[in-house]
Design a protein around this ligand. Structure first.
Ligand code: PMP
Length: 409
């Protein structure tokens, strides 16, 4: 990996150079999705122009090339996550599908009446609802792990809630509402003492922090390609080989079988038995390109830059009267969720959009987390490696102008 400058990253991303409503775009909606480097865009073009084929079947040159590209993508994901082997990586549509796969395959086999699934209040709906559906079916309980008043996962209560009834703990590595990085390694070690498995939702972490699933000792780790500069509709689930090996397929169809008769069907080995049907081959190729792009930068330098930029964002937004940031200021990735006195989050976002600044307003698919702050909606600005201090200055200036419009109390 080379060095890192935000300018170099920016120069690679065409969308960052467009204008919106007559202003140069300021993209601060990275927690919703990231913009794509031209390397990814060009790779998709190349794939569909020159190498498009279905994979794993058909003994012709392009099928072989597509298969090789698809499996190279799997190896790259394994490498990127510090996974022991490519066979521990399953391609899915994204984090949501990864969680549903674990709930329906591993969960149905291991979660039974009276069992607990521990889920911090911080979680995204995609790391809550599939567990509720599983618990309803299996007559188990989803037990919320509360937050401290400061907004971190209450570790004492977590320790108290763990028991031999706990089958699974589902934790996000970084929160999409507060940006806070959870102590996943420590929580995993504690959960393992009770024999519980741990699923880590890495959707908001992978673009910002170097991740090593082996070091975290996670049983499952999920992420979405579109949040890491890759295409939508592709993501990955890592599972520990010894866990994945025991899991039954959750969807049936082509590509996931070894042999089919009406008497008996034998499934393909892992990970293929979890990839029924024609997958998003182009998406995998694009994801591979995105991981290569990101890995071309010094990841430690990227993380250090983003931490400094997040601190700068806290200071800059702190100068806006009536603006209240929610959540802890430390130990976080660049997610800044706030309210502004006198303006709804929707009005705030619309005002900013007028100035070419993209942020998100709403509940951010994490209603329990927002309700911890007695909020139904908030405005969120979220950063990536290609954002700069100038982006945050523009955000602050626009918000100050908005506040100037407000009738003073
Ligand atoms: N978990 C977290 C923490 C997220 O931020 C998101 C996306 N906002 C998801 C899960 C769901 O990801 P996807 O919609 O790509 O499946």
């Amino acid at each position: 990996a080379g060095g890192f400058t935000p300018e170099a990253a920016r120069a690679d991303v065409p969308a960052l150079h467009r204008t919106v409503n007559g202003h140069p775009l300021v993209w601060l909606d990275n927690a919703a999705t990231t913009q794509k480097p031209r390397q990814v865009i060009e790779m998709l073009g190349t794939y569909y122009s020159a190498a498009n084929s279905n994979i794993h079947r058909g003994a012709h040159t392009m099928a072989r090339e597509a298969t090789e590209a698809y499996e190279a993508g799997r190896a790259a994901v394994a490498d990127f996550l510090g996974a022991p082997s490519p066979d521990s990586v399953v391609f899915v549509r994204g984090t949501t599908e990864a969680v549903n796969l674990v709930a329906q395959s591993w969960g149905r086999a291991h979660v039974g009446p009276g069992d607990d699934i521990l889920v911090p209040v911080l979680e995204h709906h995609s790391d809550i609802v599939p567990w509720q559906q599983l618990a309803a079916e299996r007559r188990a309980r989803v037990v919320p792990v509360p937050l401290t008043p400061e907004g971190t996962i209450d570790q004492d209560t977590f320790a108290d809630l763990l028991s031999y009834r706990t089958q699974l703990v589902a934790i996000s590595h970084a929160s999409n509402v507060l940006g806070t990085i959870s102590p996943v390694r420590e929580m995993t070690a504690l959960a393992h003492r009770y024999g519980a498995k741990v699923l880590v939702d890495g959707a908001q972490a992978v673009a910002h922090l170097p991740v090593d699933v082996t070091e975290l000792d996670a049983d499952f780790y999920a992420f979405s390609g579109h949040k890491i500069f890759g295409p939508t509709g592709i993501g990955a689930l890592y599972a520990k080989p010894e866990v994945l090996e025991t899991m039954r397929p959750w969807q049936g169809g082509g590509n996931m079988i070894e042999d089919v008769t009406f008497a008996r069907t034998a499934f393909a080995p892992v990970p293929h038995r979890f990839e029924a049907g024609t997958g998003h081959i182009g998406g995998v190729v694009g994801l591979l390109s995105a991981l290569n792009w990101l890995s071309g930068f010094d990841r430690e330098a990227v993380a250090a830059y983003e931490t400094a930029l997040t601190e700068y964002a806290h200071q800059a937004l702190g100068t806006v009267p009536g603006l209240e940031l929610i959540g802890p200021a430390a130990q976080k990735v660049g997610v800044l969720t706030f309210t502004l006195a006198g303006c709804t989050p929707e009005e705030t976002a619309a005002w900013l959009d007028n100035d070419g600044i993209a942020v998100r307003a709403g509940h951010h698919c994490a209603q329990p987390a927002l309700r911890h702050y007695n909020l139904e909606s908030a405005t969120r600005a979220s950063l990536a490696l290609y954002n700069t201090k100038e982006d945050l200055d523009q955000l602050t200036t626009s918000l100050l102008r908005l506040q100037d419009q407000q009738p003073t109390a």
